[in-house]
Write a protein that binds this ligand. Structure first.
Ligand code: ATP
Ligand code: MG
Length: 204
């Protein structure tokens, strides 16, 4: 799988499969995934954790909010910054905060750009995805937003955080995704049945 056309086809097929899950299936699978994450030391140690609000049949990570709205922890959500080179900014998300839909209809915090939390100070980021492989390659929705935002992690010697964790249903694993020069690899992927450490990543 090496051409752009393959990526488009794969996106179409796996997005349709994601959306075809019933609400009950999505709920149950999301809960299993969140339970596995909750037990991981990577999650337990993390103080500043980015999640996302699910869209297009994505795994729902919001059951984790209970654990994050306790003492000394911070839940954050991505905010799309078109004027800052189509990057993501990260803003705290607290109970009752007002959200407004972005250009894709996904709700995000209504926040002053000056209050964003710098990406290199985050501990753990949960990323939605369309497909993944065992090398930690990720196929997203195609905007390149996460790749652009975390491009600094490609110098791992200098930047050790945040950990990037893909959140997926088992059926989203594919044998091999095309390697793009701008892709930022995932540290691990968590699914209903597995925690998959990605090849090329060393445990922290
Ligand atoms: N660091 C970067 N600098 C400039 N452009 C980038 C960078 N990273 C990605 N892009 C651009 O973004 C486009 C989409 O990237 P890609 O196909 O990897 O999206 P994706 O990872 O599936 O999407 P997303 O991360 O938004 O879910 C690419 O065609 C590329 O030109
Ligand atoms: Mg990419």
């Amino acid at each position: 799988m090496t051409t752009h056309g393959d990526k488009t086809e794969l996106r179409k097929r796996l997005r349709a499969r994601r959306r075809a899950l019933s609400e009950v299936e999505r709920f149950q699978r999301s809960h299993a995934i969140c339970e596995r994450l909750r037990r991981r030391s990577e999650f337990q140690r993390a103080r500043r954790i980015v999640l996302y609000l699910p869209n297009d049949g994505e795994v729902d990570p919001t059951p984790l909010l209970d654990a994050l709205w306790g003492a000394r922890r911070m839940a954050l959500l991505p905010v799309l910054r078109v004027l800052a080179g189509n990057r993501l900014a990260f803003h705290p998300y607290r109970p009752g905060d007002i959200l407004a839909p972005n250009r894709y209809g996904i709700p995000e915090p209504v926040a002053n750009p000056g209050e964003a939390v710098p990406p290199h100070t985050l501990d753990l980021v949960l990323l939605p995805l369309v497909a993944f492989d065992s090398q930690g390659r990720r196929l997203g929705m195609g905007g390149g937003f996460y790749d652009r935002t975390f491009a600094f992690l490609r110098q791992r010697r200098q930047w050790r955080r945040p950990l990037l964790i893909g959140v997926a249903y088992d059926f989203q694993e594919v044998p091999e995704l095309p390697a793009e020069p701008w892709d930022v690899p995932l540290h691990a992927v968590v699914t209903e049945t597995r925690w998959i450490p990605c090849a090329g990543e060393t445990p922290p």
